[in-house]
Design a protein around this ligand. Structure first.
Ligand code: NAD
Length: 313
């Protein structure tokens, strides 16, 4: 692994991810970090035992690191971090042989725009950009068990390096076939799990309103065709899965606003590629409504159970 690693974006996910790298890479590896929130940078520098260095901009991170990883909210942030003429990664004059990995969940068009810009640079030097979004949430980031969906083929010349690196933060690494297909995989997964959360919420509520104990119904689902990880491990009805956010007032987990963002990106992608969706607009309406609802804002996305009329016991 390179002796200098750059990191841009130290939020809920980025912070625990880089901490795993700090623990697992050799002691002489230096880290160069940047976030627009200074306190996030300073905290990590203080805890880094001299191995973590603050940078004022993304271009400074790029100047000082051989590998750069970013974990940012949306496409516009990723574009500005990489493409800004003065402060962006590509403004660096020392990009030869560098690898850039963006782990953010963003639209494929923004990711491909950054990749294309890297390829134009690559006429004269070797510069590789990969999309590598993750699944597993903050808990997976802390435990180092994230699933990485990597935007390249299994025969990519860098695959061994990428797998070795990402394994330090994750349990499963899937090369998804080509540029931006890591993002496609991530958006398909969240579209599916978002719809399942709605289906589990609505169907358990039919049982509850009919006078049925939802525990019995969830057990029926578990051994029947409605079995799903959402019902078993992340049940939207409070009290059914003790470890699920729903059983702790929907605290933690995957914020409903992030599900709204990812769901919208999936619907946009479907429209762009001509994939028919019967429930895309309806599902998006549910997550938009829940994100704007005072009872649901900022909570785990499975709070759609409440938004859809489910009652807490
Ligand atoms: P976050 O908002 O907590 O963190 C993003 C960080 O990026 C913040 O610290 C912010 O200050 C920083 N940032 C924004 N613009 C910047 C810029 N121009 N330069 C430098 N830093 C900048 O978000 P998060 O929860 O860590 O999520 C990051 C990405 O991962 C999102 O795309 C999200 O959808 C995805 N994701 C999140 C989860 C989750 O459970 N939170 C799970 C899987 C994937």
């Amino acid at each position: 692994l390179p002796k200098s690693i750059g990191w841009i974006g130290l939020g809920l996910m980025g912070n625990p991810m880089i901490r795993n790298l700090l623990k697992k890479v050799s002691e002489d590896t230096q880290f160069y970090i940047h976030d627009v929130v200074r306190e996030s940078v300073e905290r990590l520098v203080e805890e880094g035992n001299g191995r973590v260095h603050a940078c004022e901009s993304s271009v400074e991170v790029a100047d000082k690191s051989d590998l750069i990883i970013s974990m940012l909210p949306e496409g516009r942030h990723v574009k500005s971090v990489y493409l800004d003429e003065k402060s962006g990664v590509l403004a660096s004059t020392s990009l030869q042989n560098k690898t850039l990995i963006d782990c953010s969940t963003i639209d494929t068009a923004s990711s491909l725009a950054v990749r294309d810009a890297c390829q134009s640079h690559s006429n004269s030097l070797t510069l590789n950009f990969y999309d590598a979004p993750v699944s597993g949430g903050v808990v997976g980031a802390e435990k180092g068990t994230l699933t990485f969906m990597l935007g390249c083929s299994a025969t990519d010349p860098n695959i061994t390096f990428l797998t070795t690196l990402l394994s330090l933060m994750g349990g499963n690494i899937f090369p998804c076939g080509g540029a931006s297909l890591g993002l496609t995989a991530k958006l398909c997964n969240n579209y599916c799990s978002g719809l399942i959360a709605i289906a589990v919420s609505e169907s358990l509520n039919i049982g509850i309103k009919s006078g049925m104990d939802p525990r019995i119904l969830a057990n029926v689902f578990h051994t029947s065709t409605a079995q799903s990880a959402i019902c078993d491990d992340w049940c939207p009805v409070p009290g059914l899965t003790p470890s699920a956010p729903a059983s702790n007032h929907y605290a933690g987990g995957f914020r409903v606003e992030l599900m709204k963002k990812d769901f919208a990106l999936a619907v946009d992608t479907a429209e762009r590629v001509g994939a028919q969706l019967a429930l895309g607009r309806e599902g998006l309406g549910v997550y938009e409504g829940a994100s704007a609802d005072e009872r649901c804002k900022g909570l785990d996305s499975r709070v759609v159970y409440k938004f859809l009329g489910g009652e807490e016991e």
